[in-house]
Design a protein around this ligand. Sequence first.
Ligand code: GLU
Length: 463
Amino acid sequence: MMITRFAPSPTGHLHIGGARTALFNYLLARGQGGRFILRIEDTDVQRSEEAYAAGILEAMTWLGLSWDGEPVRQSARTGLHREFVQRLLSEGAAYWCSCRPEDLEAQRKKALAEGGKPRYDGRCRELGLGPAPGSVVRFKGPQSGQAAWQDQIKGPISFDCQELDDLVLLRGDGQPTYNLAVVVDDLTMGVTHIIRGDDHVNNTPRQILLYRALGAEPPLFGHVPMILGKDKTRLSKRHGATSVLAYRDLGYLPQALVNYLVRLGWAHGDQEVFRLQELIEKFSLKHVGKSAAVFNDDKLNWLNAHYLKQTPPQELAALMWPLLAARGHAKPSDAFLAQAAAAVRERGKTLTELADKAEFFFEDLPALDPQGAARLLTDDGRELLDDFGRRLLAAWPAERGDFDELLKALAQDRGVKIGQAAQPLRLALTGQTASPGLFEIVETLGPEKVQRRLAAALAWRPA
Ligand code: GLU
């Protein structure tokens, strides 16, 4: 059975790159009826924070990337990691090293001065040292041969073992290192495919050698190219929002973000829009590109607008409501909310923009745009508005066709164009000169609110 995993370190928010890695692993496992494990790599006590771990789970849940079983805490497995170190020690595949940080620094400097790579020189390898306070355990790596693999994304990769110095497995304080812990965990959890960012390419040969030393077949590895900002430098905070929850808070839908993330590096012909279920069926590593992907806000916005338009009004209303509630509005009926959502559904790229566009529905009396008021609420304008209001309230409840007829007749009787005839009412009801369709607004607000807004606009006078 295919087993994949996502193994974030809780040292920061789940960002776009990590989320894409998680998504690829999720899709692979779900597409093969396999398992997808979430493992929080919280062994770096200094840098790990519980709030980040919680945030990662929240972001994964929001994206809909469900994992199998409980999330695994790497810190709960330290005992197991140490057992594996003992095993490597007893089999002669690891050794104690008593070099102090200052010795290592001197070795590094010397190697650099001799034109080599800064590295540990292996001086404790054959000394047969035992444990001592502050000593570390190192892997006794092979000094010749190759560590090679068929990368599932990048193709064949190989490193000369000579290039790799003896990796620390257990630190001076008894803590297992990342490379040891990750191998022990992946091995004991039966992970078959390790798909991760290509910042880990240099760790992979070391991990492969550890698998071999443990007499195990390494899993398959695939390294996903990084994500660049528009300026072709590595995507970072400088480029704007990078965390998944920041996108949620900006008003993006999880479907849009998932759809966007998968297209960062993966393609299926010219298709742009994919539902999660469709991705599960279609995703494969074969079509993940070898080169870095460039983050493009326009594309994300386009996808988000697409999914917003497709969201049924009631669902959209439920998504928009928290944003409006946060602005202090009182909760109206579900029907009112759904109608307001339907009216603005096609008018913005994010939930936040839709909430902005819908806000006038929820205000007691919308503030009138001063320029619009000065232009539209002249003596003539107010007369027109008053006339429109009377006709509208008399004809209530009007159907769309009746409303159009009424507007047409009004324009004709007053000798103005239909667009002109509608503007004062639009301003009175929304406070603005541009808005969703006037009939939708009238219908949503209902006669009492319409009347109140009309009266306020009619009472308006230039300052
Ligand atoms: N915990 C590592 C990280 O967040 C990932 C380890 C891995 O995927 O092997 O970079």
